[in-house]
Ligand binder design. Sequence first.
Ligand code: EPZ
Length: 394
Amino acid sequence: MPAALLVSKSPPLCGELTVHGAKNSVLPILAATLLCRTPCVLHNCPDILDVTHTLQILRHLGCSCERSGSTLSIDPRGFAENAVPPALAGSMRASSLFLGALLARTGAAALTLPGGCPIGARPIDYHLQAFRALGASAEEEGGTVRCRADRLHGARLRLPGPSVGATENAMLAALGADGCTTIENAACEPEIADLGAFLCACGADLRGAGTPRIEIEGGALTLRRAAPASCAGVIEVLGQCGCRIRCGHDTISIHRQGPLTACRPVTARPYPGFPTDAMPVLLAAQLGAQGKTSFTETIFENRFLYVQELQKLGAKLSQDGRTVRLQGAEPLHAARLHAGDLRGGAALVLGAMQAEGESTIFGVKHIQRGYDNLEAALQSAGARLKTVEIPIKV
Ligand code: EPZ
């Protein structure tokens, strides 16, 4: 039933009030949770209709959303749909932000034109212009906006005006792009800085939110609580493979647009040489690289147990004593694999992630000896894997 307010003449106000969380900060952050692969907990969220409607959109898209007081828990792992219901899209302006989030997450988005306060024409041409610059098609037809991109790529954007919504949408879409995006003439409102802080807390490599120039490394993987100084040998080889590496005090951000290129031949040596324990994982990562290379082990005489398993995926590997030669970028297919040691087991996981189909890896206990919930870590970065119980044949 529609409500009305009855208001009478009132005395000057006095006392103490607590300011609730900002509507225009929480709405883009809620849309941004679609880019996460693990649950998000947001504190100090106001209990207002636009938030309620945004939570309904997230639930419609497959996410689970719970409120406890002013704390919202969003679990995006059930995400499965990329069209926003028209009634919800038309209920507020901020629904437009699902365009950028869905484009980054799935490469497609459909939305009826957003609603919101009728305080002006409020077109979204700047938003669509940004999406097109990132490599998407973006058309408005009959009151519905449709965006699609096979692959988003980094771009240098200059917004025609410092639009808050267009800045937020460009930030979200750019996170799904391969490579670096700069947004010039960006809006500087506090909610932009809030969105940037949330995205960085989720692992985004993003700088300048809240200033007129924002830089975003899309399609990146950022490692936190890392120790760049002690990984110099690995970082150097990843650079040879065409990765762009950015190291902070305790972070390593790795970017790569397209397939890796083969690294120079690698020989494992005692620290500070290339670490023997990183060799299996690097070799597996090289299966997708373009070119040939080789890996020589000088520490352990039986380090290459996993090579014959990777060959079951179709990997072009040949072993000659303590050297394995690799021809990369060969098509790989699913197989049943057996982990025989800790680092070799991790190599099998990386190899299977590059193979068409679903592989089964036995001997998971080897992996569990040395990796803390490898499954969840890789899932949070977008990998598709799960642990299943194998019935023991009696
Ligand atoms: C956001 O609206 C806020 N809404 C508005 O608050 C706020 O007033 C406004 O920013 C300015 O701070 C939300 O965050 C949900 P703009 P937004 O894009 O993003 C033109 C409230 O009461 N423009 O910065 O829609 C536009 O028409 C609401 O909480 C284009 O021409 O504002 C306007 O004249 C009201 N093309 C100007 O830019 C575009 O593609 C600024 O709009 C986008 C905008």
